[in-house]
Design a protein around this ligand. Structure first.
Ligand code: GLN
Length: 441
């Protein structure tokens, strides 16, 4: 009976694209460590040897990975059971997990609503109790925003903290694998497991990884910054109310709350969508109908490339490839790409300046709670605005978490974002643990 109910939830919400319980149990039985006894779901853009890897795209149908991602290898070595692969936006492009060949993922709190994206399946798997923890990828908010919409914790580590080896590249200067879980303790055990230098990824940082104890019992922050000018318009009122609850708790605990400014943050969406599409157009050139998965059956050699890409990619991915190709074209490169790189440096500098004065920054994770399935899918610009509070952090490369912070008037989860300085995940996590223990929400 229990099994049946579980199976029903699984199919209805469209969370998993593949499960592998038996293999998972076998693997887990041979190891023990920080994740012994835990089930972990993996987004379908992170490689597991001998398993299909599709990124929810037709162009990868039939493709099986010949190797395992470092993050997954570390989970298995720590005793974790990798029970299945989760649905997502195609190639991690999207904010709703609707851009998928498998169909949209549905929110366990209300199946008419989206889960957020692109790691919607990973967030929903944890929220629905189908996995203890999960990993997703975050390029511009894809771990944090679905975590917020589904009411779970989701961390985007500092850029370089977790190896990207085995993560299918979307925008390589942003991509990070991040953990999702229902408690700070679970999230921390998974984070500590996957973090740390990897010879197979030259962008992974050679810095010591904090222990679980250091992450959970570190010193509390003294000063917290809030960029109030960014919150004046367009943020749902119920979300701002929960921000105040968190602020009040901090003041009562003796922390100073100060106003900060991130003067270049208003340019973040434009900057991100220029740089991320440029990188994507280059990264996705490898899917040509020859080397991976899907190949269109008709036509001569030159048609084969065109037809395979035309039929293999979905509309959002095509939009980004075309945008990115245009941005990188000879006549426009300086006007768009070079300019956006300069703005990225300014946004990064904003964060460096802020963290000279404060230990953490608070922001909402998203301006709204989960929207209705189908409501934004034909309005890409509106959809891009769902990332307004997550992309500045991705451009700077600093770490940030989304924590569950109660619900709005419709009973939908609210997420608040706690941002830390480079490689100071332990400051974020120790603070989150305190908030969790205080039962504020
Ligand atoms: N929603 C953002 C985008 O569509 C972020 C995606 C992500 O982080 N993978 O690009």
């Amino acid at each position: 009976m229990e099994q049946e109910k579980l199976a029903e939830r699984l199919t209805n919400l469209n969370i998993f694209v593949r499960t592998r319980r038996e293999k998972a149990e076998r693997e887990a039985a041979t190891n023990s460590g920080l994740l012994t006894g835990n089930t972990i779901a993996v987004k379908d853009n992170i490689a597991i040897k001998d398993e299909p890897l599709t990124c929810a795209s037709r162009i990868l149908t039939g493709y099986t990975s010949p190797f395992t991602a470092t993050a997954v290898e570390r989970i298995i070595a720590a005793g974790g059971a990798i029970i299945g692969q989760t649905n997502q936006d195609e190639f991690a492009m999207g904010s709703s997990s609707e851009n998928s060949i498998y169909g949209p993922v549905r929110n366990p709190h209300d199946p008419d609503r989206v889960t957020g994206g692109s790691s919607g399946g990973s967030a929903a798997a944890v929220a629905a109790g189908l996995a203890d923890m999960s990993i997703g990828s975050d390029t511009g908010g894809s771990v944090r925003q679905p975590a917020a919409f589904c009411g779970v914790y989701g961390l985007k580590p500092t850029y370089g903290r977790v190896s990207r080896y085995g993560l299918v590249a979307f925008a390589s200067s942003f991509d990070q694998i991040g953990p999702l879980a229902k408690s700070v303790d679970d999230l921390t055990r998974l984070f500590v497991t996957i973090a740390g230098h990897d010879d197979k990824d030259s962008t992974s940082a050679d810095k010591p990884v904090p222990t679980v104890e250091e992450c959970l019992q570190g010193p509390l922050p003294k000063r917290i910054g809030i960029p109030r000018s960014l919150l004046k318009e367009g943020v749902a009122k119920d979300i701002l109310v929960q921000m105040e609850v968190l602020e009040k708790f901090c003041r009562k605990s003796g922390m100073d709350i100060v106003e900060i400014s991130l003067p270049h943050a208003p340019y973040a969406i434009a900057t991100y969508y220029i740089l991320a599409t440029a990188e994507a157009s280059s990264n996705l050139a490898r899917f040509d109908g020859i080397r991976y998965g899907y190949r269109h059956p008709d036509g001569n050699i030159s048609d084969l490339y065109e037809l395979s890409r035309a039929n293999g990619f979905g509309p959002e991915v095509k939009r980004r490839i075309m945008l990115g190709t245009y941005i990188l074209s000879a006549g426009y490169y300086d006007a768009y790409y070079t300019k956006a790189q300069k703005v990225r440096t300014l946004i990064k500098q904003d964060f460096i300046n802020v963290f000279e004065d404060v230990d953490l920054v608070f922001l909402p994770t998203a301006p709204t709670t989960a929207f209705k399935v189908g409501s934004l899918i034909n309005n890409p610009l509106e959809m891009y605005l769902a990332d307004i509070f997550t992309v500045p952090i991705s451009l700077a490369g600093v770490p940030a978490i989304s924590i569950p912070a109660g619900t709005d008037r419709d009973g939908l989860p609210i997420g608040l974002q706690i941002v830390g300085d480079y490689f100071r995940e332990e400051t974020i996590l120790s603070f989150c643990r305190k908030v969790e223990q205080a039962n504020l929400f």
